[in-house]
Design a protein around this ligand. Structure first.
Ligand SMILES: Cc1cc2nc3c(=O)[nH]c(=O)nc-3n(C[C@H](O)[C@H](O)[C@H](O)COP(=O)(O)OP(=O)(O)OC[C@H]3O[C@@H](n4cnc5c(N)ncnc54)[C@H](O)[C@@H]3O)c2cc1C
Length: 360
């Protein structure tokens, strides 16, 4: 039975880019500046090479549906997938009880867990957040300057910060984000958001236009070795999320582009399961610190943002920096937690063993 989904604006995607993307026509907001805040003050940087862009979920869904409508041979089916697997007739999905075989199956079905195993540092962390789009009674926001991280709040065991995307002087999306092993009751994020809007923007009265809630896995590779040779995992399930930031949108576009290229060349559309490079190593260290010494997160981000130009940070987070840029950036960070992380992860066995693959 087909169930056409009712399209709704369930998320906003933001990314920084120095080049055009396929979504230039439907970008809702663009910013050329970015701010970071903590008790040391606010740092605002003009972006030199990048633009921070916002794509609304609803615009993306409509855009892709319209693009798919141009392919008349396409049969789109909606429903619950009970199984993805492979037998001697090839890969298959079981959709609402019906088994459908194909030459290749591309699987991006992912449901985030509510918590990871607290006892096992191998299980990584979750990035979980809840945000509101608000219309304030007064003009309080700077429409030119999104706040990437506001760390002014006292930290507990795990790093958390506020994120603010201003759409006008009165409208903004404001989110509370945690890096921790378990999600919180939704009421907790809401209470804290209310307090934040009052404390920082002196706002008692505002209209709540939309609410966004999300959980993103923060987990280094390798992604689960796929038992089915003709099933290709995509997106979050395919390890496209950068584990320390949760940013995935442009990485998913790149993953998809490479798969299309392979298909067009008549080659198996399989990508390497995970990157084994220095950026994976950097991510492992930061993830370890955020997990084992979460209170250090604020100190690290504070040094990072107060002592480096935003472009250098964004290039690094895009994994496009060179060793010189990385050396400059690392020289500004507290050394001790990173050496402790290296020792904990590599000191005894010489191999990184603490990160588990995704669940099947
Ligand atoms: C609220 C939110 C905001 C985000 N914002 C950003 C951002 O600003 N920038 C950025 O770079 N990244 C962001 N991300 C991370 C990432 O870009 C998104 O999660 C992105 O949507 C991942 O795409 P995906 O296709 O892998 O997974 P999803 O978009 O999560 O799609 C997986 C789909 O599989 C479906 N599914 C699961 N199981 C089944 C089943 N059994 N049968 C049928 N369907 C099933 C789910 O319902 C879901 O629709 C955000 C994530 C969230 C959750």
């Amino acid at each position: 039975m087909d169930k056409s989904p009712k399209l709704r604006n369930d998320r906003t995607w933001c990314f920084w880019t120095s080049a055009p993307t396929s979504f230039d026509d439907i970008i809702a907001h663009r910013w050329d500046r970015m701010a970071y805040r903590d008790e040391r003050g606010e740092r605002i940087d003009h972006l030199q090479s990048y633009q921070y862009q916002l794509l609304r979920g609803i615009d993306f869904y409509r855009h892709t549906q319209a693009a798919l409508a141009d392919f008349p041979g396409l049969d789109i089916r909606y429903g619950n997938i009970q199984e993805v697997g492979e037998d001697r007739n090839g890969p298959f999905v079981i959709l609402e009880g019906e088994k459908i075989h194909a030459s290749w199956v591309f699987n991006s079905c992912y449901t985030p867990p509510a918590q990871v195993d607290r006892q096992s540092p191998k299980a990584g962390l979750l990035q979980h957040f809840l945000g509101w789009t608000v219309r304030a009674e007064r003009e309080v926001f700077d429409p030119h300057t999104p706040v990437l991280m506001d760390f002014q709040e006292e930290q507990g065991d795990f790093a958390h910060f506020y994120y603010l995307l201003p759409f006008s002087r009165r409208e903004a999306l404001v989110e509370l984000t945690y890096f921790s092993p378990a999600v919180l009751p939704k009421a907790t994020y809401r209470t804290k958001l209310e307090a934040y809007l009052k404390r920082v923007y002196s706002l008692d009265r505002y209209e709540q236009l939309e609410e966004e809630y999300g959980v993103i896995p923060m987990q280094g590779g390798p992604v689960d070795t796929n038992p089915h040779p003709h099933v290709v995992r995509l997106g979050t399930l395919g390890g496209a999320v950068k584990p320390t930031t949760g940013y995935a949108f442009l990485r998913i576009q790149e993953q998809t582009r490479q798969i299309v290229q392979l298909l067009e060349a008549g080659e198996p559309p399989k990508l390497p399961a995970w990157r084994h490079d220095r950026f994976a190593f950097y991510d492992d260290l930061l993830l370890y610190i955020l997990r084992e010494q979460g209170h250090m997160g604020k100190a690290i981000f504070s040094r990072l943002f107060h002592h480096n130009p935003m472009d250098r940070i964004l290039t690094f987070l895009n994994e496009q920096s060179n060793l010189v840029q990385e050396g400059l950036l690392f020289s500004t960070l507290p050394k001790r937690p990173f050496f402790q992380a290296i020792w904990a992860l590599y000191g005894t066995t010489g191999t990184k063993t603490w990160i588990q693959p995704f669940p099947g």
